[in-house]
Design a protein. Structure first.
Length: 222
């Protein structure tokens, strides 16, 4: 009885095409993997925007209560804004700039191992975020040394509430930065994709803008 030999052709990956952990942008889409990741990114970004909308409502309620309480209060004593807050603001704005440098280092495609340039700028961003949080703690300690406490008067209470709530949310951003940095290591068990990078960048830039808004409220409605 004749025997049939079946030959299975081994398909080699095309140049620049669909390797493990590789991402392709929405410029035509090379293969199903790139298309799936792009669709997933849009879904995650939608969820992130919904979450940021909820955070916006919370801080809008805080600042509205702050302004109303200031206008209707007879015991309001304006809190002197520490000059260190301006330095902290410059640090936070710089972190958004370095974050964008990291994103530009990536380009339109993600290789299984991100470039050294990406990791360097992302590390700088993470360090600046930590420095900002440490600077906020120092600013609170300076106020405490001047006798300005959380329960001192409505103005100081709102100051600690607004800056503390923002600090907690920014701490979540630092954790996300560290997570991406861990995934970007050459020895990481799973390759880094575009999704956590884009989500973290969006959240971080939002926290940057939110801080500037809060600082303006604290300065102009003291």
């Amino acid at each position: 009885m004749p025997t049939e030999t079946v030959l299975i052709e081994k398909q080699e990956p095309t140049a620049g095409g669909g390797g493990p952990g590789q991402y392709f942008g929405d410029d035509g889409g090379r293969g199903d993997r790139g298309g799936r990741q792009e669709a997933s990114l849009r879904i995650y970004l939608t969820g992130m925007w919904l979450g940021l909308g909820a955070i916006t409502m919370v801080f809008a309620a805080f600042t509205s209560a702050y302004i109303v309480r200031r206008g209707a209060s007879n015991d309001w004593s304006a809190t002197q804004i520490p000059a260190l807050l301006w330095v902290n603001t410059a640090i936070l704005v710089s972190s958004s700039l370095t974050l964008e440098r990291a994103r530009r280092a990536v380009g339109r495609a993600f290789l299984p191992v991100p470039s050294v340039r990406f990791r360097r700028w992302w590390t700088i961003t993470t360090a600046l975020g930590m420095v900002f949080l440490c600077g906020q703690i120092v600013a609170w300690r300076l106020l405490a040394a001047q006798g300005v406490y959380l329960s001192g008067n409505p103005s100081s209470s709102f100051f600690y509430l607004l800056t503390g709530a923002h600090g907690l949310h920014l701490l979540g951003g630092v954790v996300a930065l560290l997570y991406v940095l861990a995934r970007a290591r050459e020895t990481a068990p799973e390759p880094l994709t575009r999704i956590p990078v884009e989500l973290t960048a969006l959240y971080w830039h939002f926290m940057d803008g939110l801080w500037i808004y809060l600082l303006l409220v604290l300065v102009f409605w003291r």
